[in-house]
Design a binder for this molecule. Structure first.
Ligand code: MN
Length: 231
């Protein structure tokens, strides 16, 4: 087929222990999915899960053992980190029941839902979409994907983020309000999931600002950690 111009390259994430890469279809994100983070954002109680998306090319691949530069974005004076467990979907589907949901997971990774918090807050106040706060370029740094079979303890693992070596976020994946299976069930009732979809599952409490030069180290026990420097 002839294209008017070169189509964009496929966004693809490395896989632990494999030479093939995981081609990214969509990037879904869950909002306010840890109770203590919901509280720090001014909300209480269990609300139905809600979702937003980032473009696939917002993903910044963070190779293991390296500190990956991530540019400080335009228009913001309050860039926040959100450390998250990322679920990589290997088998698509719609209306997936909770009991079958984990069969659709190919693997897991550590990711950062970077957020222009000042712009997101403005949009919230005005009842407008969050895109400019959440879905900007380079807003989704993530590490390599570990196949689910090699990450048996991930759903109860510790999750943490340090900035310049100091603790910022520390929690456990079992504190998710809507767990991975429930999230997949809800999400697949609204969209048909496809192989290659990524789900950023939400961040625990402790979100805060970073500035150029800061080094962020994110971990989920049992997965490859990520390290980024705000450039
Ligand atoms: Mn988030």
């Amino acid at each position: 087929m002839d294209y008017l111009f070169a189509p964009p390259p496929v966004v693809a994430v490395p896989i632990v222990g494999r030479t093939e890469r995981f081609p990214v279809h969509r990037v879904y994100c869950v909002g306010r999915n840890y109770e203590e983070h919901a509280k720090e954002m001014g909300f209480t109680g269990r609300e139905p899960p809600f979702f937003f998306l980032k473009p696939a090319d917002a993903v910044v691949v963070c190779p293991p053992g390296e500190t990956t530069p991530v540019p400080y974005p335009s228009l913001t004076a309050n860039l926040h980190h959100e450390i998250e467990l990322v679920v990589a979907i290997g088998q698509g589907g719609r209306n997936i029941p909770v009991a079958r949901a984990l069969e659709h997971v190919w693997g897991y990774a550590v990711g950062l839902d970077m957020t222009r918090r000042d712009l997101q807050s403005d949009m919230k106040k005005q009842g407008r979409p969050w895109c400019i706060g959440k879905a900007y370029d380079h807003s989704a740094p993530m590490g390599p994907i570990t196949p689910a079979g090699q990450a048996p303890g991930v759903l109860t693992a510790a999750i943490a983020l340090t900035v310049n070596g100091a603790d910022r976020q520390r929690s456990s994946i079992d504190k998710l309000i809507w767990n991975v299976a429930e999230t997949i069930a809800h999400l697949s009732s609204a969209w048909e999931l496809q192989p290659g979809d990524l789900i950023f599952t939400g961040t625990p409490e402790g979100v805060a600002a970073v500035v150029p030069g800061d080094v962020l180290e994110g971990t989920v026990e049992g997965l490859t950690p990520i390290s980024v420097r705000i450039a």
